[in-house]
Design a protein around this ligand. Structure first.
Ligand SMILES: Nc1ncnc2c1ncn2[C@@H]1O[C@H](COP(=O)(O)OP(=O)(O)OP(=O)(O)O)[C@@H](O)[C@H]1O
Length: 591
């Protein structure tokens, strides 16, 4: 560390206040993960959902507290530049031996950028580059545990692994589950297991990952130079006993658990960078930014994303262009072809019949962030004041930005600052995807589309605008919703059947003969907007006809009001042991 030229007690105390603010944040953050374990054990599913929702607010609350403290105690907005630079150096000194230094640096940035102007956002004042290495930080308990199956046999080792999670709830039949795990591994290797090497070991992340009704065990088998990752979802059965629902062995399938369209995990991590390193060794295609985000450390995810993105800009030369597809009425959306994300700004004036305002749009995006996205809604990263190199914008896009979002941009000679921005994974808009697919794929994706609407409904989300252009298709072929300005909670909607017309003339007239109130939804009408294409219509009606009936929606509403929380499996249901090894197959195997 560079030693400040002279001792400055104010800078020292500011640094300490920042560390205190962060430590308080992380203590509360960790407490939620410990609570998550208890809620899982107690099968308190509403509690789990509330906890993960509330946790999202913690960071901003602690940042706000610290900003207030610095302003009141030190008049932070009036300090000399030099004091801030020294505070940064003291802060680095205080992070020696800290267990979450990268998160603390990000916290420093969050506080600082709320107090000082954008001109100060450089490495002299904030952590544009990390100052402290996160490699080899020791953790107690360690981030992962190692087991050596050669010593006591595989079955015994697996049993020990599960026991070491210490869940205060018995397994219904752990021997049966472990036999299925071994059988699934056997099938995966087509009965030809790799030869055991001298270093054969199973490494497990010490904390389970809690989300909704599931606790996930993540680990990898290390054998020679090979790594075999795996994930074990642990669920409750109808009698409240635990069981292993399946084993996931393919890295991409495990990666899907960390998809941007799912809720964040809760895991008790003393050294989060250790968890991220371990997960990256299992899932090399997942970025650090994605993993931090999915571990509930969104600001770190955002910070890391931004660093990656800036680096990508240095290593590419293509232009930002308007995103392919039908232009939004509310959002102006652009993309960089060489980078798999889209950038969304709220327009100054909304087109057509839109009744929402800017604050409502922001509130809806925030709602999605806090809600369980059940694998059907894209998560967004929200940024303020992002400076882009202006030369990289296409003329068409610059023109649109100036015409449609003047209040959200600030143009300099070389930079274009976007004052408020959402960044989201790029998908193929479903309307374009349908145009370019063969019949079989079209059928599959229309069925997926209906499933997406069902899943959203089960999670208390009504999309509002269900047109195909508002859904995207991921690289794994899943259909995901991304247009949030009209979404509503299911329980706030009023699903109605259209009353019979008083006479045939009225029906033919095209006029509405019944009063319509705000929040009224007539599912019978969906077909008119969605099912023009005969093939789409046939497939939709084959699998999802009931979505056109108000009764379906009312029934879903009732289940939500009754407090029922549906099961969502982030892997194909055919992979669940109960389906994969159904009783007759098991009987045959036993016989
Ligand atoms: N994640 C994404 N991946 C790829 N394209 C996207 C994505 N999000 C938006 N788009 C493109 O941008 C267009 C407008 O986006 P979006 O639907 O979010 O805007 P909107 O203004 O809310 O739309 P609407 O007018 O339907 O309310 C989409 O139709 C699609 O073509």
């Amino acid at each position: 560390m560079q030693i400040p030229e002279y001792y400055n007690p104010v800078a020292r105390e500011i640094a300490q206040a920042l560390v205190d603010g962060f430590n308080r944040h992380y203590r509360l953050f960790r407490a939620t993960s410990q609570q998550a374990k208890q809620l899982f054990e107690a099968a308190e599913w509403q509690g789990v959902q509330k906890l993960v929702r509330d946790r999202i607010q913690f960071y901003d609350e602690r940042v706000h507290e610290t900003v207030q403290r610095l302003k009141h105690q030190f008049h932070a907005d009036l300090l000399d530049d030099e004091i801030w630079q020294q505070a940064k150096l003291y802060f680095i000194g205080l992070l020696t031996n800290h267990k979450q230094p990268e998160l603390a640096e990000t916290f420093f940035n969050s506080v600082f950028t709320r107090i000082l102007h954008r001109d100060y956002f450089n490495n002299d004042f904030i952590f544009i580059r990390p100052a402290i290495s996160t490699e080899y930080i020791e953790s107690d308990p360690p981030s992962y545990r190692s087991y050596y199956p050669k010593q006591r046999g595989l079955r015994h080792t697996l049993r020990q692994i599960v026991a070491d999670f210490g869940w205060r709830r018995p397994f219904a039949n752990l021997s049966r589950d472990l036999a299925w795990v071994i059988r699934a591994v056997d099938e995966y290797f087509v009965q030809r297991w790799p030869q055991a090497e001298a270093n054969l070991q199973i490494q497990l992340l010490s904390s389970a990952f809690y989300r909704n009704k599931t606790a996930y065990i993540f680990g990898k088998v290390v054998n020679g130079g090979q790594i075999y990752p795996f994930a074990l979802p642990v669920l409750h059965d109808a009698d409240g006993r635990l069981y292993l629902d399946t084993v996931l062995l393919e890295p991409w399938r495990i990666g899907v658990l960390f998809s941007f369209s799912r809720a964040y995990f809760m895991a008790d991590m003393e050294v989060p960078s250790g968890y991220v390193q371990f997960l990256r060794s299992m899932l090399p295609t997942k970025t650090k930014a994605e993993l931090y985000t999915m571990l509930g450390l969104q600001k770190q995810g955002k910070n890391t994303f931004y660093r990656d993105f800036m680096q990508h800009l240095q290593h590419s030369n293509d232009q930002f262009t308007v995103a392919p597809g039908i232009r939004g009425l509310v959002m102006l959306v652009f993309t960089l072809p060489s980078y798999p994300y889209v950038f969304k700004l709220i327009k100054d004036v909304f087109g057509g019949p839109k009744e929402v305002d800017r604050a409502t749009v922001k509130a809806k995006y925030q709602l999605v962030k806090r809600h369980d996205r059940v694998g059907r809604m894209a998560d967004t990263l929200e940024f303020s004041n992002v400076a882009f190199p202006k030369a990289r914008f296409s003329d068409e896009l610059l023109d649109e930005l100036r015409r449609l979002a003047t209040s959200s941009i600030e143009e300099g000679d070389d930079t274009l600052v976007i004052k408020h921005l959402y960044i989201e994974r790029r998908m193929k808009p479903l309307n374009l995807y349908l145009m370019n697919s063969d019949t079989a794929e079209k059928e599959r994706v229309v069925r997926e589309y209906g499933d997406a609407i069902r899943d959203l409904a089960a999670a208390n989300i009504f999309p509002g605008d269900m047109l195909f252009k508002n859904f995207g298709v991921t690289r794994y072929g899943r259909v995901i919703f991304y247009d949030y300005d009209e979404i509503e909670y299911m329980t706030d909607c009023h699903f109605r059947r259209i009353p019979p017309a008083p006479n045939p003339e009225m029906e033919m007239s095209g006029e509405v003969w019944y009063p319509v109130a705000r929040g009224d939804v007539f599912p019978e009408e969906f077909g008119t907007f969605l099912l023009g294409d005969p093939l789409v219509r046939r497939v939709f009606l084959q699998y999802h006809r009931e979505l056109l009936d108000a009764g379906f929606w009312q029934h879903k509403q009732q289940r939500i009001r009754d407090g029922h929380i549906e099961d969502f499996y982030p892997y194909p249901v055919e992979m669940r042991f109960c389906n994969r090894y159904p009783p007759q197959v098991r009987a045959l195997a036993a016989g």
